[in-house]
Write a protein that binds this ligand. Structure first.
Ligand code: GDP
Ligand code: MG
Length: 832
């Protein structure tokens, strides 16, 4: 491979723009479009949508007219969703004197690492993008936006905040503003001029603030390198549109910004080879780099229109190791236990060295905390070890690992997932293969579930080398609970996360739904065949709440290791990855890899043999014996599901019959009288199916004998028929009663002659077979919203009986046209 020549061929060329003479692109703002954008953002500031936006209003300190701007902030993971009104990361809007909205600042569209989302899979990059590919160094400071407001104020802000100008030592925006002032002074121009120029072009200038004297990041920017590195000029539009780099560089020259190093490559295959080569060392052009941003154009499959599109390529090492050292050093200074999972051996040595240096020089700690001297301390250590960064990062591979070599058991596997990712499947398969414990949160019912879940897991560790914590753990607070509880009770336990990475949300949603709906009713709390819409809602809820594992921060930094799995892959693939990684992490815990056939078999057994245990029982795991060998043939529990409880006794009617009667009745009524019915219809609040409730479980205490009779009847006869029917009866529709909350039809029940006098208990007096315990038998037609429950029909009808519907009452009352007598089916309805 001709790699070495590639890297030297593409050294950064900062004079690219000199020959470029084309005009910059220009598109003006469309007021309607911007207003629409702000409306949808405003909606998303309220809870309940598929994504959430945080709005913050800032008064612009330097504006003579006291202008205000609104910052709109998405949550990072929401950018992976496909229905956002804009993908701008960093967005400020303003209103002019006439209240007309405008985009004041527009960041780049959020861009992703290679392989992080579908669009950035190399295969898709290769087919859907076109050059020229402009590679800029991922400068590593903080991003600064500069733009011009209506009153010629120059707005300088960071991603989500404007500075207040007084606070130049800690506010990024204010530090940025000071640098702009300096650079303009140098070239003899004013802020007003820059503001006017940017506004005339309808653009936001995007720059990186790199200045070690302000804040040291991982890479070095001494005084000669410090400044605002201009790397982009974005049109202030909802859609992403950005200048070609030639124009960016020209603008940088004209306005005193530092130019960002730029490499242009026309062929995407060459781009890929170049990146892979630099990644090997993590250094380019003689200095450490964090990665590259690649700017190009991309089209959706099949479409002709190419849009501006970025992706990034991040170098893993030694950058990540440096970052780990930085965090560990700060922990040392704060007197905390440094946490690290990778590069354990070399990091131990680094910390030993750092500890000595810190002890010898008290000023060092103080400066370090202010982000000074980080790089020097690291370089001193490398020099002391006579190593370069990439040797250090490869140290483990060369000299072997640390204490993880000693782990033989007490491992708790913690999925981080949503419903249908295959947690239970993998858990059962692992149990088959290794005889580990498997605790399903769904099987733990009643109060205080989290501590009992933890206890059940720890109990498993008494007799088994590992336990699988089968719960979604989708939110950080759930992980925090588990990690904290486990570490308090069992300090030596190793917590390993199985992180089902949620990148391609659309595919995950599709795959999981397909699986769950095929799974049917074989699940404790999610009986998909029973109610698809509801299940979809529950699944969506988990996806919305999902918080990715972030080992840089609490609580996920508490995991001893994290194994990334891809939920869109089959469980077989994920099973193998999990085992392989565990084997690599803890070679004395999993000493040999199972064969492919063994894994196939275990997964098959998990997919086929597994039926969940019942809803409200905790499995009896039987006596434990530490020395008992595992039983590989042991089948997963396969008890039949317990019958669900009776919720209410119902007389079901044919929807069309009831609707016809209502339509006819309201067609003959005044507009005033039919207003609420129209409202219910218009807002889809008319029930899809109608029934008369004979008795609900809620009143079983008042009528214990009747409830008992219904329950037994249902169990004896209802179960025997396919649709659970117990009999039929006539239902005469009499009147429709309503207020502005709820609508009900008063009915008269007309039992079959044979059901009028029966002797259900073979003792006691004869009685009717079907009794209705409600004061007024009725059908609920619909309620205004979810806040009004159907059972409130009883209140409405009680009030109607007392006050009637005459003048002064807000109750409507119409006789049902023709008072039809319908056939109803009596059946028991089960709890969901
Ligand atoms: P959990 O909700 O994360 O515990 O997911 P489950 O392990 O219960 O899996 C959801 C459904 O998908 C179950 O019916 C599984 O049998 C099924 N399933 C799991 N893994 C696979 C797989 O790799 N392929 C297919 N076709 N189905 C799977
Ligand atoms: Mg499960």
């Amino acid at each position: 491979m001709e790699g070495a020549s590639l890297a030297s061929k593409y050294t950064a060329s900062t004079d690219y723009a000199k020959d470029a003479v084309t005009d910059a692109p220009y598109v003006s703002q469309d007021v309607q479009e911007v207003a629409q954008l702000i409306r949808s953002l405003d909606v998303a500031t309220k809870k309940g949508g598929s994504f959430h936006v945080k709005k913050t209003t800032f008064k612009v300190a330097t504006s003579p007219e006291g202008l205000k701007v609104d910052s709109w902030r998405f949550q990072d993971w929401d950018y992976k969703k496909h229905d956002l009104p804009t993908y701008a990361r960093g967005l400020f809007t303003a209103r002019n004197a006439h209240g007309v909205p405008e985009i004041a600042v527009r960041g780049y569209d959020k861009f992703f690492n290679t392989d992080e989302v579908t669009a950035t899979k190399w295969q898709n990059i290769l087919t859907n993008t076109k050059g020229p590919y402009e590679l800029t160094l991922k400068e590593n400071g903080c991003i600064i936006f500069v733009s011009g407001l209506e009153d010629d104020t120059l707005l300088v802000c960071s991603k989500h905040s404007t500075g207040d100008r007084t606070d130049v030592t800690t506010s990024h925006a204010s530090a940025g503003e000071r640098l702009v002032e300096k650079q303009l002074e140098r070239i003899g121009k004013t802020k007003q001029e820059l503001a006017r120029e940017l506004r005339k072009r309808n653009v936001t200038a995007v720059a990186e603030l790199c200045d070690d004297s302000f804040e040291e990041h991982i890479l070095a920017y001494g005084p000669d390198k410090a400044g605002l590195y201009l790397h982009g000029m974005n049109m202030n539009l909802p859609e992403f549109m950005t200048y070609p780099s030639s124009h960016v560089q020209k603008f940088a020259e004209d306005w005193g910004f530092v130019k960002t190093g730029l490499i242009v490559i026309d062929d995407i295959n060459e781009v890929k080879s170049f990146l892979e080569e630099v990644a090997e060392t993590g250094a380019h052009d003689g200095r450490d780099v964090e990665g590259f941003v690649i700017r190009c154009k991309r089209t959706d499959e099949g479409a002709k229109h190419y849009r501006d599109w970025f992706f990034k390529y991040k170098f893993e090492e030694p950058y990540l190791m440096y970052r780990q050292w930085r965090e560990c050093t700060k922990a040392l200074i704060a007197g905390k236990q440094p946490r690290y999972r990778k590069h354990t051996k070399i990091t131990e040595e680094y910390l030993l060295y750092a500890r000595k240096r810190l002890a010898n020089d008290r000023n060092l700690a103080k400066l370090y905390n202010q982000n000074h001297g980080i790089i020097k301390l690291r370089n001193d250590f490398l020099e002391f070890k006579n190593m370069n960064g990439s040797d250090a990062a490869n140290f483990e591979a060369l000299y072997g690992g640390g204490e993880s070599n000693e782990v033989t058991g007490d491992v708790i596997l913690v999925p981080i997932a949503t419903i249908g990712c295959g947690k239970t499947t993998i858990g059962v398969a692992l149990t088959h293969l290794f005889g580990w414990g498997h605790i399903q949160n769904d099987n733990i019912t009643g109060p205080r579930r989290p501590p009992r879940f933890t206890k059940a897991l720890l109990d498993e560790l008494d007799s088994k080398p590992a336990a699988f914590a089968d719960r979604n753990n989708a939110q950080k607070r759930e992980r925090e609970q588990l990690i904290t509880d486990v570490k308090i009770q069992h300090a030596n336990a190793k917590l390993v996360a199985l992180h089902f990475v949620h990148n391609d949300i659309e595919t995950i949603r599709r795959v999981a739904q397909e699986r769950v709906f095929n799974r049917g009713d074989n699940h404790q709390t999610i009986q998909a065949a029973t109610n698809m819409a509801q299940v979809r809602g529950i699944m969506e809820g988990f996806i919305d709440r999902f918080e990715p594992c972030d080992t840089e921060r609490e609580p996920d930094s508490g995991f001893d290791a994290v194994i990334d799995l891809d939920p869109t892959q089959g469980s077989r693939a994920n099973l193998e990855i999990a085992i392989k990684e565990l084997h690599r992490l803890y070679p004395k815990f999993i000493t040999t890899m199972p064969t492919a056939e063994e894994m196939d078999k275990a997964l098959e057994a998990a997919l086929e043999g597994y039926k969940p245990e019942m809803r409200h029982t905790i499995p009896d795991r039987g006596p434990k014996n530490k020395n008992q060998p595992k039983q590989p043939q042991q089948q997963a529990p396969a008890k039949p599901a317990k019958k669900k409880a009776l919720e209410y006794m119902s007389v079901e009617l044919t929807t069309k019959d009831v609707l016809d009667a209502l339509e006819k009745t309201f067609a003959a009524a005044s507009p005033e009288q039919s207003r609420f019915f129209k409202l219910l219809q218009g807002s889809r609040r008319v029930q899809p199916k109608f029934h008369v409730t004979l008795m609900h479980r809620a009143s079983s205490k008042e009528h214990p004998a009747l409830w008992d009779r219904y329950t037994r009847l249902h169990e004896a006869e209802g179960a025997a028929t396919a649709d659970g029917r117990l009999g039929e009866m006539g239902v005469l529709l009499e009147r429709v009663i309503f207020d502005d909350r709820i609508m009900s039809v008063v009915v008269r029940l007309v039992p079959e002659p044979a059901d009028v006098n029966v002797n259900p208990d073979a003792s006691g007096p004869p009685q009717p077979k079907w009794e209705c315990v409600n004061r007024v038998p009725h059908i609920t037609v619909g309620t205004r919203d979810d806040g009004v429950k159907p059972k409130e029909s009883n209140n409405l009808l009680a009030k109607w009986l007392e006050t009637g519907s005459g003048p002064g009452s807000n109750i409507g009352d119409l006789v049902i046209e023709g008072k039809p007598l319908l056939r109803g089916v009596v059946k028991g309805v089960l709890s969901r």
